[in-house]
Design a protein around this ligand. Structure first.
Ligand code: WQD
Length: 356
């Protein structure tokens, strides 16, 4: 059965967000027609219908992006989008994404992430669109039993946060869907720590309110928006006692999605395949702070505090399967991640909220 489609239309759910908006750029550069649906929960509205992130992408690429402000939970409107366009594939980014808050509002996270995904898969099935790239997370590995983490590492064991569990449950739903219908071909991308911004400085991570992730937090200390940073950990079993993570530049991550899509277009594989998407290099919190300070020429004030309960000292991946199966590997360095983040924050210190 030949399930390679001739259509060049790709649907991005949550495509107005940080990872989705950056992914549109290499998709357009690769000749795809991009359609975005987003409920704008975590995106800045523009003057008209389209969010600012989409307007910026249109300026950068010189191409129009079709945009629908709809929610994945709205089955009727979602179905109408599939009536209008013949998609070759769906890249599913949409979801709530903060581990810390997810335990306080579990039903929101399960409704948006899990029920939203089920709605999407149902509509895809009804329109015979059975190729999917799913935005999953390294958090499904929970506390690593071994390093570097390969795709064979157990998943779903002693997950703490509802966000992490939601990603794990969706991966399970995808596996069951593929087992029930051999026409499905799904690439599950497990991101590690996505950071950075497009090199133009006109697109970047635009967290609503105080960021919870390290890089945007360090950037906001550097730009003077936040006084100082709490560095978790002084007794981790790492190079300097602070937590080690595998940071990947957002444009490497974006290009990894295009590689996954190209693989689907050329291949007659089926089923669900999980792939780590990161560099395979681990950097400590202090190494990130020092690099950011060097790049920005700003002092980054910080205080080292005790680790929260259940803290993971080190997490970094074995990225070899992505190279083998997708022919993709991350190229950009930690220095470039910091340089691009700094350029974005210098041009947009308040993010996009000042442009509306
Ligand atoms: C990085 C390092 C912190 C803030 C993320 C999220 C989620 C997931 C990847 C996709 C860690 C330390 C942080 C601060 C600090 N991605 N830190 N002070 O903790 O790996 O979690 O994993 O799903 O984005 O779950 O990433 O960027 O929050 O932290 O010392 O104020 O910086 O402990 O070692 P983390 P992070």
């Amino acid at each position: 059965m030949d399930n390679t489609s001739k259509s060049k239309f790709v649907l991005l759910t949550g495509g107005a967000g940080y990872i989705g908006s950056h992914t549109i750029i290499p998709l357009i550069e690769s000749g795809y027609e991009v359609v975005v649906i987003d409920n704008l929960f975590n995106a800045c509205k523009g003057e008209g219908e389209k969010p600012v992130s989409i307007l910026q992408v249109e300026k950068l690429t010189g191409k129009q992006v079709t945009f629908y402000a709809i929610d994945l939970l709205d089955y009727i409107l979602l179905s109408e989008v599939f009536d209008k366009h013949e998609f070759c594939c769906v890249i599913h980014f949409a979801g709530l994404k903060y581990s810390n808050e997810s335990c306080n509002i579990p039903l929101n996270y399960y409704k948006v992430n899990v029920c939203g995904s089920i709605n999407l898969f149902q509509v895809m099935m009804e329109h015979n669109v059975k190729r999917l790239v799913f935005s999953s997370s390294s958090t499904v590995y929970s506390e690593p039993h071994f390093l570097p983490i390969t795709e064979l590492h157990p998943v779903g064991q002693s997950l703490v946060n509802v966000y992490d569990k939601s990603k794990y449950y969706i991966e399970g739903i995808i596996q069951d869907l593929c087992n029930s219908d051999k026409e499905w071909f799904v690439i599950i991308l497990r991101y590690f720590n996505s950071v950075g911004a497009h090199s133009s400085g006109t697109l970047g991570e635009d967290p609503n309110g105080t960021p919870s992730n390290l890089m945007p937090y360090v950037a906001q200390v550097a730009v003077g928006k936040i006084q100082s940073l709490n560095v978790f950990g002084k007794h981790c079993s790492t190079i300097d006692g602070t937590g080690v993570r595998d940071y990947i530049h957002i444009m490497d991550l974006a290009e990894g999605h295009v590689s996954a899509l190209e693989k689907m277009q050329k291949s007659n594989d089926s089923g669900a395949i999980a792939i780590n998407l990161s560099t395979g290099n681990g950097y400590s919190v202090l190494q990130v702070i020092n690099m950011f300070s060097q790049v920005s020429k700003q002092e980054i004030k910080y205080e080292i505090v005790d680790c929260p309960n259940g803290y993971c000292d080190s997490s970094y991946c074995d990225a070899s399967f992505a190279k083998e199966y997708l022919g993709w590997e991350a190229k950009r360095t930690l220095k470039e991640m910091c340089e691009d983040t700094w350029r974005w924050l210098s041009l947009y210190p308040q993010g996009f909220s000042t442009t509306t």
